[in-house]
Design a protein around this ligand. Sequence first.
Ligand code: GLC
Length: 559
Amino acid sequence: MKQQWWHDKIVYQIYPKSFADTTGSGIGDLNGITEHLDYLQELGIDLIWLSPCYPSPMADQGYDISDYRNIHPDFGTLEDFDRLVAEAKKRGIGILMDLVANHCSDEHPWFQAAMKDPKGYYGKYFYIEEGIDGKEPNNWRSYFGGSAWERVPNTDNLYYLHMFHKKQPDLNWENPLLRQEVYDFVNFWFDRGVVGFRIDAITDIKKPPTLRGRNYPPDREDGMVFCKTMLQDAHGIGDFLTELKEKCFAPHQAFTVGEVCGQREEETADYVGEDGYFSSMFDFEVVSEESKDGGEWMKKRFITPQMYRAAMERTQKRMEPIGLIGTVLENHDLPRIANRMLRDEDRTDMAKKMLAVLYLYQKGIPFIYQGQELGMENTFNPNVASMQDVSSHDEYRVCKEAGLSEEEAVRIVNRYSRDNARTPFQWDATANAGFTTGTPWLPVNENYTRINAAAEVADADSVYHFYRRAIALRKNPEYADALVYGVFDSVHFADDNIIAYTRTKGSTKLLVICNFQNKKTSCHVGKASVLLDNYADTCIEAGEMTLRAFEAVVLSVES
Ligand code: GLC
């Protein structure tokens, strides 16, 4: 693998709305991020991915952009952004922006112009089609529920396509003029000093050649089909992405990570191989494990250690000849990992530390989502109607339509709601967890007096300090090469609840072992020295290691 500057980096994702508020508005802002850069530097991360902070009506919390070249006034100004970039740079931290270009906001001037003149210049920036027999052009269901088509106002029979919310009209990448607009604003941010992008919903930019009348067999009683089904007839995305890379990413030696979902397996190398469109893409394998029986939340399965291991092995095997995957436990769309993978009775600091070890040393680029390093947890909101996440409302409706009781529907929606990851960052034990002096836009998790940054920074034994040590190990020059480039091999011990793997490069061999259960077990490790343990001591006798509940270790072993 040809070495790249970003291969050994660790990325921290910030959801600006929920990180730190310096104005008392109840909404986080860019200055809040700048204020806390020392905290992030101490943690040891290299890059920050900012979820969207552009002007937006916030129908999908900023993933609906109404101006690609500015900062939402709630978050600050372009000058604040420049200061953030400069201050981060001083600390050796680079900034990644979120590139959301499958769709824009219906309040973007392009779309407003298109609605006034659907057949005109800006109409061609979108997918506008005639309906059929007074109905939508086809039977696609949007990600967030309901038809993926919305009537163009003041017309009888014209509709525009929105794969996501109706306030997120899809941009037509077939139009070279639109593509040039995208390249121009991407370069606008490079000129302001960003080092790369996370790229949103990118597989959706390529549609089949005709949309009107392209119906697929319904997958629910509503007669519609999940819009992503269209990907089977969408070919040629590579032309767009090659152009994007050549015009924007390559000249800036950018680090880019794609939210690539539903691509053809054989095309993975085109995406993230040595000459791929992107540097990396996220590992969503365990997400698909979780949703195997259908996309709806009520059909999701609890992730067991065995499911996790199977997903990890598939990803690592698939990626070995190709490149580095972005390894993740959490992001702004997923429940907190402590709830996703630990049962109520097991949700301890020790187990949270084990989860860190589980993924940090796999082959890939680790992403840490804000608060994950504190062990932040899901929240509970009995009033679904008051949830901020758009997808929660539709999932609640689906649960109810399927005949689930109110209690069960509320339980499921709370388990998977995207609000879980978006509650304010817990800085300290003062009012509103020190996030704001005003009223937070989303209630703070009640557990903030126990789980917060100030308490954890002060406690050498906290989840936070464990993450710090774990990151430091990944960067230790003695092992960095093996941890970045070393071959990954899964190791199966007799106890099926142990997840273990090795990373080998030259004469260095590291053995990572996670006892993913609330009881003691043991395994054979041979001659080993201990590099990291979530317990204070390590029990290895004559090559046999005793593992306590949720114990996780990194060992250097003989190769
Ligand atoms: C991605 C984002 C998600 C957003 C969607 C539409 O999946 O991660 O938050 O709702 O794209 O932009």
